[in-house]
Design a protein around this ligand. Structure first.
Ligand SMILES: [Zn+2]
Length: 603
């Protein structure tokens, strides 16, 4: 509820909620002498009682796990409620109407939380009765078709909103609820002809409970065809003083104990998925109600998984493997990563949700889906890799270039080496290469090892491109063997070329082991991961063209030298030599024309 509860009301609730009464709802207490009572501690596993309650003072203390406090602390800890929620709950228990400090959002003088919860509870009971009537046969058929029998429907309090304008309204008016209360609870709305009408009509109804088990709202599934019912497939309660969709997780009241105990929560998509999961034995399943999983949901889950001050446990999302799921996963690298490190994804390869999976393959299949979870980071990285054909060197390099920055963005630095190692395995690449790609992705572009090279010079860019192709896509670098001896003019590039040509068989790992000097070593890893500068795909045509351009440049350089030699020779005195060199010049000019045509893609 809005606002802060008045201090004197908190004191009143504490004084009027005898701790031994409240504790007795959860723990069997025996007299321990000296006005004390004791029992088995609900906060830790034990065989002999070390949990003590002192009714005269209003305190409890466990000598086994050192947990202690007053009656409010006991309920907060046991039920995983906030302070306000706990006081409200204790107030309901003794029928006391709380007063709130002014300044919060007022809910009006005559409305209090327990009236809204009572109206919702009465509505839920009405809907459940309606599901048993002959008019609800199609609703029961819907459940049967999805693998939910009568017991399952009963356990989850599934109901049916009759195909009438004001069935619920009349029922609840008869129970003494006012129009204002029913409207505020989101159960009815004003009709177009005036007067109140039911919010849900001819729909299956799931009551939505808050963490303490109070009914606070509903989810309603359409049963009629789209022509008859033009509303959305699922209708959810509007925002009310007790129903805040951003802070509600369907199934949490049932799942909270198991979530806290097993330190695991499974987030599924909808009401039927929660049912299917629980029936299959995944009793930690919850779902958001018509909204994305957000910050407030995270806050609630954290409170359940919080152990002392540390957050431990697993948050498992069931995604269908579609684009939306992948997009959500990629956001993991941007949001609050404290939570993400413990986040896992369970993906059903055929795109089935837990409800469909249970129908098709039974309870085991749902449990296996959860057991096969993978860390969110892994899921996101593999989603990116899946866009490339990594059986080809080209695909591996492109995938690496996409994924490396993601690993660089994992905030927990201790996780990065692990993902570098994993990525190397997924891509079938050397760990060194992947590691360099990740490091490089986090650095500005001017951190190049060959910083002496002038990359505004198109010839330097060209030499670099050809080396990148040789390192990244060796099987596509057919023309490498034809390159002129002086093809590389930048000394470090020429050095790398010599190193490559001295190898029996091309291998980047071998190059890294053989090379001497840090400059050369870092040049190798750098050129192995730097994206090849093409607008589109790295094609055979593109590679042919840059090799030809490099050869053309090298031949031009040689031609210029030969021409200057010829100018220095006297053709009359050195006729034979002159003729030989002139012959070379003619051959080079011809070779250059061929390369020029190749470079332009004209042959
Ligand atoms: Zn204890």
């Amino acid at each position: 509820m809005a606002g802060r509860i008045k201090d004197e009301d908190v004191t009143y609730i504490r004084d009027h909620s005898p701790i031994d009464d409240v504790v007795a709802d959860y723990v069997q207490l025996k007299n321990a002498g000296g006005g004390q009572k004791k029992g088995l501690c609900p906060f830790h596993d034990e065989k002999s009682p070390s949990f003590h309650v002192t009714p005269s003072k209003g305190y409890f203390h466990c000598f086994g796990c050192q947990v202690g406090g007053d009656v409010i602390a006991f309920i907060m800890k046991l039920e995983h409620l906030t302070f306000t929620e706990t006081v409200e709950r204790l107030a309901d228990r003794i029928g006391y109407t709380l007063r709130y400090e002014a300044g919060g959002v007022s809910t009006g003088p005559s409305i209090n939380r327990s009236r809204l919860v009572a109206a919702n509870t009465a509505a839920s009971n009405f809907y459940q009765e309606q599901l048993q009537l002959p008019a609800a046969q199609h609703g029961r058929d819907f459940l049967t078709k999805r693998g939910f029998d009568r017991d399952a429907a009963k356990n989850f309090n599934v109901g049916y909103a009759p195909d009438e304008w004001d069935g619920l309204y009349k029922e609840l008016k008869g129970k003494g609820f006012t129009d204002e209360e029913l409207n505020l609870a989101g159960l009815v709305k004003e009709g177009s002809k005036g007067g109140m009408i039911d919010r849900y009509r001819n729909r299956l109804i799931w009551p939505v409970k808050d963490i303490s088990g109070d009914v606070v709202g509903f989810g309603a599934r359409k049963l009629a065809s789209d022509e008859v019912d033009t509303g959305p497939k699922y209708l959810n309660s509007p925002e009310t003083p007790v129903y805040k969709k951003n802070a509600i997780l369907y199934g949490l009241d049932m799942a909270k104990k198991e979530i806290a105990k097993s330190r695991q929560v499974v987030i599924v998509e909808g009401y039927t998925d929660v049912m299917a999961a629980h029936l299959a034995g995944v009793t930690t399943a919850v779902a958001t109600c018509g909204t994305a999983f957000g910050d407030e949901h995270i806050r609630i889950i954290r409170r359940l998984l919080m152990d002392a001050d540390a957050f431990r446990g697993e948050v498992i999302f069931t995604f269908d493997g579609d684009a939306a799921g992948q997009k959500a996963a990629l956001r993991a690298f941007e949001d609050d990563q404290k939570f993400v490190a413990q986040t896992f994804v369970a993906v059903e390869p055929n795109g089935m949700d837990p409800c469909e999976l249970r129908q098709a393959h039974g309870d085991d299949a749902v449990r296996n889906l959860v057991a096969r979870r993978v860390p969110l980071f892994e899921f996101a990285i593999k989603s990116v890799i899946a866009n490339y054909d990594i059986t080809a060197a080209e695909g591996r390099v492109n995938a690496l270039n996409q994924v490396a920055p993601l690993i660089g963005r994992i905030r927990d630095a201790s996780l990065r080496p692990e993902y570098v190692r994993l990525l190397a395995g997924w891509l079938g690449m050397e760990v060194d290469i992947v590691s360099t790609a990740v490091k490089r992705s986090g650095k500005p572009a001017d951190a190049q090892s060959d910083k002496r090279v002038n990359l505004t010079d198109p010839v330097m860019v060209l030499e670099r491109e050809v080396l990148k192709v040789k390192l990244q896509l060796p099987t596509m670098a057919h023309s490498w063997v034809d390159l002129e001896p002086a093809a590389f003019s930048f000394p470090l590039y020429a050095e790398l070329r010599t190193l490559i040509d001295n190898q029996k068989e091309f291998s980047t790992q071998d190059l890294l082991e053989k090379c001497e000097g840090e400059d050369l070593k870092s040049l190798i890893t750098e050129l192995t991961v730097e994206p090849i500068r093409t607008d589109g795909e790295v094609s055979d045509r593109y590679i042919t063209s840059i090799f030809a351009r490099l050869r053309e440049v090298a031949l031009s350089r040689s031609i210029a030298e030969i021409k200057s030699t010829l100018q220095r020779l006297n053709p009359v005195e050195n006729d034979a030599q002159y003729q030989e060199i002139f012959g070379q010049l003619v051959g080079m000019e011809a070779a250059r024309r061929v390369q020029k045509e190749l470079a332009l893609g004209e042959s």
